[in-house]
Design a protein around this ligand. Structure first.
Ligand code: GDD
Ligand code: MN
Length: 416
C-alpha cells in the first residue's frame, strides 16, 4: 500500500517540475524514477468517506482512457473525523495513480489544493471536489481545452451547457451576490470568468510556478487568477450536481473570507505592507477597544447616576471627572491583565504595577482633558446631543490613549 504523501509546509508557492523533486531532497537515483505526468488532479476532502471510492473509480476509469495513464490523482484530506484518508489509502493498492496526503496541522480547502499541487508532478494541475458534485466527465472537455493551449480552463455553471441542480433561491442569490461583489471589488480578475466561484478547473503549472499563493477560504480560483500569469482563459459548461452523501462545509465564514480575500488581492499586499510599516498591533488594539467599551459602560453609568436630574443631579463636569476616573481604574485593571498582560507579566510586583497605573492615569487624564474639551466643543459649540457628543469624544480619545499607552505605560522596558 502506497505510503501517505508527506505534507509540504511553509511557502504556498508551486515550484517548477525539475527543482520540485530536488527541492524535496530526493536522491538523484530516485529522480529518474519520479517521472513527471501530464495531469495532476487534486481532490480536497473533508468527511467524504462515503463519496471517495465512487469518485476514485470514476475518475481513474475516465483518465486511464483519456490520458493512457499519464496522470495522478492526489487526495488531500484534512485528517477527516470519518477517516476519508484511510478509505483513500486503501484504494491505492488497486489504483497506482492514486496518491493520498493526510494533513494534520493545516485546514482549509484552498490550502489543501495548493499543498496537493506542491506535491504534484503534473505539467497540468487541476482541482475537483470530492463529493461528486462536479461531474467527472466534464474533465475530458477541460483537458481538451487546455491541450489546445489555454493557461486556465474553468468548469462554469454560467455558460452554455452550464447550470445548477435544484439550488435553493437563497443559495442562487448568495452565489450571484458573491460574484457581483467580486466584479465590484476586483473587476479585472473576477471579470475574466463567468463563474469565479468555481472550484473545478485546470491550470498550466508554468502559469503559477513560484507565485506565492495565499488564498483565504474556498476561492482558490480567484487566487490563481489574481496571482498567476494567466493569459488565455477557456471555459466549459457543467451542471453542478446534487450532493448524494455528506453535507456542504460552506458556512458564513467562507463568505467573510471571500470578501477579505478580494480586498487582500485588491490591495496587492499594500495592506500587509502598510501594517508592516505601521506595525499596527491590530489584535492588541481590538482588546484595548473591548476594555475601552467596558469603560464606556462604567463612564456612562456613573455620568447618569451622578449628573442625571432624576438621580443625584450633580454638575456635568464634576460628574464627568468622577465617572471618567472610575472608568480609568476599571480600564487599567483589564488592560494590565488582558490587553498588555504579556508585557505586564514581565514586570511583576506592586511597584512596577503602580508605576504603570500612574502612567496610565496620566495618559488618561490628558485624554480626559481632551475628552472634556471635545465634549464641550461638540455639546456646547456644535450642539450635538450630550450622549452622542460623549461617545464621539471617547472614540477619538481611545485611539490617543491606546497609542500613548502602548508607547509609554506598557512599553517593553526590559527589566534588568
Ligand atoms: N482538505 C479539505 N479541507 N477539503 C475541504 C475542506 C477543508 O477544510 N472543506 C471542504 N473541503 C472539500 C469537501 O470535502 C469537498 O470535496 C470540496 O472541498 C467542496 O466542499 P463543499 O463543502 O462540498 O463545497 P460546496 O459544494 O458547497 O461548494 C463547492 O462547489 C462550488 C462550485 O464549484 C466548492 O468547491 C466551492 O468552492 C465552489 O464554489
Ligand atoms: Mn459540495
Amino acid at each position: 500500500m502506497n505510503t501517505l504523501l508527506s505534507t509540504p509546509a511553509g511557502s504556498l508557492a508551486v515550484s517548477p517540475l525539475s527543482s520540485n523533486l530536488e527541492g524535496r531532497g530526493y536522491h538523484r537515483s530516485v529522480l529518474e524514477q519520479e517521472q513527471t505526468v501530464h495531469l495532476s488532479l487534486v481532490v480536497p476532502t473533508y468527511n467524504e468517506s462515503e463519496n471517495v471510492e465512487h469518485l476514485v473509480r470514476t475518475l481513474c476509469a475516465l483518465l486511464d482512457d483519456a490520458t493512457s495513464g499519464d496522470y495522478e490523482l492526489i487526495i488531500v484530506d484534512d485528517d477527516s473525523p470519518d477517516e476519508t484518508w484511510r478509505v483513500a489509502q486503501d484504494l491505492t493498492a488497486e489504483f497506482p495513480q492514486l496518491r493520498v496526503m493526510r494533513r494534520e496541522h493545516e485546514r482549509g480547502l484552498s490550502t489543501a489544493v495548493i499543498r496537493g499541487w506542491q506535491a504534484a508532478r503534473g505539467q497540468i494541475l487541476g482541482v475537483i471536489d470530492g463529493d461528486l458534485q462536479h461531474p467527472p466527465e466534464t474533465l475530458l472537455k477541460l483537458l481538451e481545452a487546455i491541450d489546445k493551449g489555454a493557461d486556465l480552463v474553468v468548469a462554469s455553471r454560467h455558460v452554455e451547457d452550464g447550470g445548477v441542480s435544484n439550488w435553493s433561491f437563497t443559495r442562487r442569490i448568495l452565489s450571484r451576490g458573491a460574484q457581483l461583489l467580486g466584479l465590484m471589488i476586483l473587476p479585472n480578475v473576477v471579470g475574466r470568468v463567468t463563474d469565479p466561484m468555481s472550484g473545478y478547473f485546470l491550470v498550466r503549472r508554468r502559469a503559477i510556478v513560484d507565485r506565492e499563493l495565499s488564498p483565504m477560504g474556498y476561492k482558490i480560483l480567484i487566487e490563481v487568477l489574481g496571482r498567476g500569469d494567466i493569459r488565455h482563459v477557456a471555459e466549459v459548461g457543467y451542471v453542478f450536481q446534487e450532493r448524494l452523501e455528506g453535507e456542504s462545509k460552506v458556512t458564513w465564514k467562507q463568505y467573510v473570507d471571500y470578501i477579505l480575500h478580494l480586498l487582500k488581492l485588491r490591495s496587492r499586499g499594500r495592506i500587509s505592507k502598510l501594517r508592516q510599516r505601521l506595525r499596527f498591533p491590530a489584535g492588541r488594539f481590538l482588546r484595548f477597544g473591548v476594555v475601552g467599551l467596558s469603560g464606556v459602560v462604567v463612564d456612562m453609568a456613573m455620568l447618569f447616576l451622578l449628573s442625571d436630574p432624576s438621580m443625584l443631579g450633580w454638575a456635568l463636569t464634576r460628574s464627568k471627572i468622577l465617572a471618567a476616573e472610575t472608568a480609568i481604574v476599571n480600564n487599567f485593571f483589564w488592560n494590565d491583565l488582558w490587553t498588555f498582560g504579556d508585557v505586564a507579566r514581565r514586570q511583576r510586583g506592586w511597584t512596577p504595577r503602580l508605576k504603570r497605573f500612574l502612567k496610565f492615569n496620566l495618559v488618561c487624564l490628558m485624554g480626559l482633558i481632551l475628552n472634556v474639551l471635545l465634549l464641550n466643543l461638540f455639546f456646547n459649540v456644535l450642539g450635538i446631543n450630550r450622549y452622542a457628543a460623549n461617545l464621539l469624544a471617547i472614540a477619538i480619545v481611545t485611539v490617543w490613549n491606546f497609542w500613548i499607552n502602548l508607547k509609554l505605560s506598557w512599553r517593553v522596558t526590559e527589566v534588568k
